[in-house]
Design a protein around this ligand. Structure first.
Ligand code: FPP
Length: 266
């Protein structure tokens, strides 16, 4: 494996070899803290710093969408003290950073089942999304109380209601109609999925949306994931051949752009 300190872009890289949308499972915060004899929340706090540190590089590398898994539907099973601190960290980060996000023309989306959160936080999220709605420099999506199965279930329920009300027939249900009911319906599908922290699994993140996404796993704990590690992930992405079900020969004869293969945002 090449060093994380190699330079990017490689000589042959073209824009089509750069991911437009990156989805990240930020794993390893707890182990990062434990190694330093710190409480787990210290690892999550450093995780927020790691997000802030890579933001400028995302923009220089032309990444337009970053989607982060901050709290899964299953994370409620953690000790309640950690759950409380994690949600407080999310709320305080939102409060402290929203102005800077807006100044930097970043559009914030929060996806997931927010109904379980205090109304004040739900309102703050709604205001933040409304404030940044027209921003176009980068699309930052935070998944919180999110699960891929939850997302698919709520999309299916919405379609079933349409059928029940006879607004559509069951035959009208297609992959694109289902995708239009997912809470990522206005995002392109991720080109690159990064998971830090050494585990090699998707953990109920964007189950539908990751169908053709390139997967990248690294042992680096999320708080240590810096610009050089990020560039390493981009290099690995650039070295992959995306085939979307076609053969290598077909791709060589007529390269496909990810945008052409993946459904466009609504
Ligand atoms: C996984 O590490 C990480 C999480 C469950 C939470 C990640 C959340 C943040 C970085 C803060 C999010 C806040 C904002 C505003 C985006 P882990 O705890 O499972 O680590 P371990 O596997 O080493 O125990």
């Amino acid at each position: 494996m090449s060093s994380p300190h190699a330079t990017f872009p490689p000589a042959a890289a073209t824009l089509s070899e750069l991911p437009r949308h990156i989805a990240v499972v930020m794993d390893g915060n707890g182990r990062w803290a434990r190694r330093r004899a710190l409480p787990r929340i210290a690892g999550h706090r450093r995780g927020v710093e790691a997000i802030k540190n890579i933001m400028p590089l995302l923009r220089t590398r032309g990444v337009q969408y970053l989607t982060l898994f901050a709290f899964s539907s299953e994370n409620w099973q953690r000790p309640s003290s950690e759950v409380t601190l994690l949600l407080e960290l999310f709320a305080s980060t939102l409060e402290n950073e929203i102005r800077r996000l807006h100044e930097n023309q970043i559009r914030l989306r929060v996806i997931g089942d927010l109904s379980r959160f205090p109304h004040a936080l739900q309102n703050r999220v709604a205001e933040s999304m409304a404030l940044t709605r027209a921003n176009q420099a980068l699309n930052l999506t935070i998944a919180i109380n999110y699960g891929g199965r939850w997302d698919l279930t709520q999309a299916c329920r919405a379609l079933a209601e349409l059928v029940e009300r006879r607004e559509i027939s069951a035959d009208a249900i297609s992959a694109s109609l289902l995708a239009s009911r997912l809470c990522t319906s206005d995002l392109p599908e991720p080109d690159l999925f990064i998971r830090t922290g050494g585990e090699q699994r998707i953990s109920n993140f964007l189950l539908w949306q990751l169908a053709y996404t390139e997967l990248y796993f690294t042992d680096t704990y999320w708080p240590d994931f810096d610009e050089q590690h990020f560039e390493q992930a981009l290099m690995r992405f650039a070295s992959r051949q995306r085939r979307f079900g076609k053969t290598a020969e077909q791709i060589q004869a007529a390269p496909i752009q990810a945008e052409a293969a993946a459904p466009a945002p609504a």
